[in-house]
Design a protein around this ligand. Structure first.
Ligand code: PHE
Length: 445
């Protein structure tokens, strides 16, 4: 029952056994919240962009979301067995084409073209797509901003390059942060490719310092805006507490995550690192060294405006949209909360010996009889859309005799805009139950 082609943003692609994009996702490909005037995602993008001089950092905000597997994974050094490549995590248009899962998919092509444009860096903002859980901070579509900065090292000694990078760092504004904790600049044993054929430790460290300084500036600005938004003028002047944590990305080494202390909690706000030299070389930039970072715009916007639920960004409700103005950060005022409605669904997964046909009815998800939680999440989203607030696994056990696994999920139905009727929720739940049987080949309990 899968059509032979799928049309995404006006371009028609062939489908195949990898295709797993539900029709309900299609309208999101043309929404462009990051370019919608006054929208908090667009405002947040602009605030962050304003911290990077336009003379150095080219802006790319309209790159289309359909990319090749090579762009999204291969060119970035993702190992063949990386979970990110699986059909349960990524939306495949077909075997060779995906909806980008991150803005890093555009790194190589932009590294290649930057030089001709006389630019040393870029900022890319775009919608990205991931199959994921359902809760207040996860949505299958969200927005990322990626930044990169390259330094020319042609005809320079290592010492000259290091001096130049550090001099540029000195000229940056001093960020209003307190670095509470910091991992080593160069991880030992880290990414073996980098260490084997990369740049020297001194060069990597200078670039890493530059990167950290730049991102501390971003965070200090964003979090003082957030404090001002709640009218806390004193907090806005205080130093933001941050920590640098060692991380792993296939395409950077060393790699870090930046965490920020916010309302007593350490929040991870971005990932970054020194670009793997072999990847820069492949992109035709042998003569350069550089850094890159990627951040989730929703995450930052939720903090800055105090937006409690990620679904709100997609709301057409004036009570949401009407609260935001370009150039002003004011805390979001929640409108009334409508009642929640919990429904549980329990089922057996896997074949029961002798039962035969389960899962054979052409359902995309159930193939192979393996249960993937993201397939279930997607099924629920396909039916309930934004009326589902979260889905939690509340019980799981294996039957001692049959060896079959039982799962019980609790679905929380709640609209952001109105009170749902019992009939309406019952109807949604009945659909979830029947599709679970038909498409995922599980047995309801
Ligand atoms: N693309 C990474 C992610 O989505 C973030 C990242 C970007 C990390 C650039 C390092 C450098 O998680």
């Amino acid at each position: 029952d899968l059509p032979n082609t799928i049309t995404l943003a006006n371009i028609t692609h062939n489908t195949d056994s990898h295709t797993n994009i539900p029709p309900t996702l299609l309208p999101y490909l043309t929404r462009n919240l990051h370019l919608t005037p006054h929208h908090p995602i667009s405002n947040t993008r602009q605030i962050i962009e304003s911290l990077f001089p336009a003379s150095t950092f080219a802006r790319y905000n309209t790159l289309p979301p359909v990319v090749t597997v090579a762009q999204n994974f291969d060119c970035l050094g993702f190992p063949q067995d990386h979970v990110g490549r699986s059909r349960s995590d990524t939306y495949y248009v077909n075997k060779h084409t995906v909806l980008r899962t991150h803005t890093s998919a555009h790194q190589a092509e932009k590294f290649r073209t930057l030089e001709n444009e006389g630019m040393e860096g870029y900022l890319i903002s775009a919608d990205v797509y991931r199959r994921d859980a359902i809760d207040k901070s996860h949505y299958p579509v969200f927005h990322q901003m990626e930044g990169a900065r390259l330094f020319d090292r042609k005809g320079k000694s290592s010492g000259e390059l290091v001096d130049e990078v550090l001099k540029d760092l000195e000229e940056m504004e001093v960020p209003n942060v307190e670095v509470v904790e910091s991992c080593d600049l160069f991880e030992d044993g880290g990414n073996p490719v980098q260490i084997a054929k990369g740049h020297s430790v001194e060069e990597a460290e200078a670039v890493a310092r530059h990167l950290q300084r730049q991102l501390e500036l971003v965070v200090s600005k964003v979090f003082s805006e957030a404090a001002l938004a709640v009218g806390d003028v004193n907090a806005a002047k205080e130093k933001v507490k941050v920590r640098w944590v060692s991380a792993y990305f296939p395409f950077t080494s060393p790699s870090y995550e930046l965490e920020v202390l916010w309302n007593g909690e350490w929040l991870e706000v971005l990932g970054c690192g020194v670009i793997r030299q072999d990847l820069l070389d492949y992109a035709g930039r042998k003569g350069s060294i550089g850094w890159a970072f990627g951040l989730g715009i929703e995450r930052i916007a939720m903090l800055m405006y105090g937006i409690p639920d990620i679904r709100l960004f997609w709301s057409a409700d004036e009570r949401f949209k009407g609260q935001f103005r370009e150039g002003v950060v004011k805390r979001f005022e929640a409108f009334s909360k409508y009642p929640q409605c919990f429904k549980d669904v329990a089922f057996w997964v896997g074949e029961e010996r002798g039962a035969g046909a389960a899962g054979g009815a052409g359902g995309v998800e159930g193939k192979g009889g393996e249960f993937h939680e993201n397939d279930f999440m997607e099924l629920v989203r396909g039916i309930g859309g934004d009326l589902v607030e979260d889905v939690k696994l509340i019980d799981e056990f294996t039957h001692p005799k049959s060896g079959r696994k039982s799962m019980c999920y609790r679905i929380n139905y709640r609209s952001l805009e109105r009170t749902l009727t019992n009939e309406e929720v019952d109807e949604l739940q009945a659909k979830v139950r029947s599709q679970l049987e038909e498409r995922m080949g599980v047995q309801l309990r």
